[in-house]
Design a protein around this ligand. Structure first.
Ligand SMILES: Cc1ncc(COP(=O)(O)O)c(C=O)c1O
Length: 495
């Protein structure tokens, strides 16, 4: 199905062969193949991981340098994922997102993005000098989460901003919800835009027919994926795929050099090589198992009184074109817990750690690494939680009602691009007195994680009143340096 010999792992093989030669290392890293590592760490991790924890070697063997072998491994990955070129990343998808924005955007170019983006995208805008045009996703008050942005929303933005340079799409979002990626990509291309995709939560999509469409299959230009989040590679290892007529691979490479470490960990790179091989050769079978486990757990959870774990039935709601079945978003509000409370109890009492929690939900990721025993344990824990643990009853519902009924103010006026706001001369002032000032910070109540203010935007009286109320309800506000939001950093002498 995939081009190249996908059973091969050229980078991993080369590094293993090198490690077995017994060459004495008078080079970095200082732990010298683990010999310099303290026993406390080595006795747990073992020596082998350190033997291949190398970087920046001139050659694996005569005439065979790591750059070339890496190129071969990346080529196989490009074949497997459906790209023209793939870069292995060792600084997470964060580095991939920053790189793709810098490759596609020049200072002052407009970039159309959903308002609820991950902070790496704000980082990419600060680095590139992009001028953001934000699209506000709808929040589903029942589920308490931000949904996808629909293709017509992009169309409307593109009609209003025909001079935009690129659009950015999230596919899928953290909760596994996907918009109509094919139509969105078509819309972007029809308007001459570069289509960038944050697919941090979608590296598995390509490898199973029952999963939503991957962004590369939909024709996107640049796609960043967190291989480490969902597949079998090590933390921080990600991929950036390029398949574009508008952005050159060489340009992407130049930008990646600015962003990424000059000492990429060969251990992480090897783990990407092996993870790709695993997916290309056994992906469908492994993912079938993961999907079955997730669907079975979903069904059992939905039989527990008071719990709700959405599945395909929500397809068709605003912003939901498809759903990744391997994500289990479990609403616990019906049993009188907040998601945050349930997370703590599941960890402390049942030895289960979820991926994240919000006001209503806990989110569990089911991957190729999970087993029936694992999902049995989580279902049993949820049953016990629902029947024997005492929550705060209707208080959660009231809290939630207040939160979701509070109508966030309209998007404020943008006076400066985020980059100019961040690098301007700044001062910290009491938040309550900040009306009319230009913010240098993001303020995003979580949930639902949609920023009310972004760097460069005006802080209005309405925003202050809203966020004061949000604070009173006890909702966490992500972003400000002063996490209690008593002070805020604003651009000095702007107004
Ligand atoms: C939607 C989204 N995009 C990007 C990232 C950044 O990925 P990484 O942690 O691989 O840098 C994350 C991380 O949580 C994310 O949730």
């Amino acid at each position: 199905m995939f081009g190249g010999n996908q059973y091969e792992t050229p980078f991993f093989n080369a590094i293993l062969q090198y490690a077995q030669k017994g060459i004495i290392p008078f080079h970095t890293p200082g732990h010298k193949e683990g010999k310099g590592v303290h026993d406390n760490l080595r006795s747990f991790v073992g020596q082998n991981a350190f033997r291949i924890d190398l970087s920046e070697l001139e050659a694996f063997e005569y005439g065979h340098n790591p750059e070339e072998v890496l190129h071969e491994a990346q080529k196989l990955a490009a074949e497997a994922f459906g790209a023209d070129y793939t870069f292995f990343l060792v600084n997470g998808t964060t580095s991939g997102i920053e790189t793709m924005i810098m490759a596609a955007i020049r200072p002052g170019d407009k970039l159309i993005i959903p308002r609820n983006v991950h902070k790496s995208i704000i980082g990419g805008m600060i680095l590139s000098g992009a001028r953001p045009v934000y699209l506000k996703p709808e929040v589903n008050p029942e589920l308490g989460i931000a949904m996808g942005v629909e293709a017509p929303d992009y169309t409307a933005a593109l009609e209003e901003h025909p001079d935009a340079r690129a659009i950015l799409v999230i596919n899928p979002n953290y909760y596994g919800l996907c918009g109509d990626i094919e139509r969105t990509v078509e819309t972007g291309h029809a308007h001459g835009q570069v289509v960038l995709v944050d697919e941090a939560h979608g590296p598995h999509l390509r490898f199973h027919p029952d999963l939503p469409l991957s962004a590369l299959e939909a024709g996107a230009d640049l796609v960043a994926q967190s291989t480490h989040k969902i597949l079998g590679s090590m933390t921080q290892s990600s991929m950036l795929h390029v398949k574009s007529e508008q952005v050159r691979v060489a340009r992407v490479k130049t930008m990646l050099r600015l962003i990424q470490s000059t000492s990429p960990s060969y251990l992480l790179l090897a783990s990407l090589d092996v993870a790709r091989m695993q997916m290309a050769t056994q992906g469908e079978q492994l993912l079938t198992r993961a999907i079955e486990l997730a669907e079975q757990a979903r069904e059992r959870i939905n039989r527990i009184k008071g719990l709700y774990c959405f599945g395909k039935e929500i397809i068709g709601q605003h912003g939901v074109y498809n759903v990744d079945p391997t994500k289990l978003t479990i609403s616990v509000k019906g049993i009188g817990f907040t998601g945050m409370m349930a997370e703590t109890i599941l960890r402390n009492r049942y030895g289960i750690q979820v991926e994240l929690s919000d006001l209503y939900n806990v989110l569990l990721i089911i991957s190729i690494g999970d087993t029936q025993e694992d999902t049995d344990r989580v279902v049993a824990a949820l049953e016990d939680l629902a029947t024997h643990q005492v929550g705060i009853g209707d208080h959660v519902k009231r809290l939630a009602e207040v939160t979701y009924k509070l109508r966030p103010p309209d998007l404020p006026k943008q006076f400066m691009v985020p980059r100019d706001a961040i690098f301007a001369s700044l001062r910290a002032i009491p938040f309550k007195e900040a009306a009319g000032q230009v913010s240098a910070e993001i303020l995003a109540p979580y949930p639902p994680g949609i920023p009310v203010v972004c760097p460069g935007e005006e802080i209005t009286r309405e925003i202050i009143d809203y966020l004061e109320l949000v604070k009173e309800v006890g909702i966490y506000i992500q972003g400000p340096e002063d996490y209690r939001l008593e002070k805020i950093k604003v651009v000095d002498q702007f107004i």
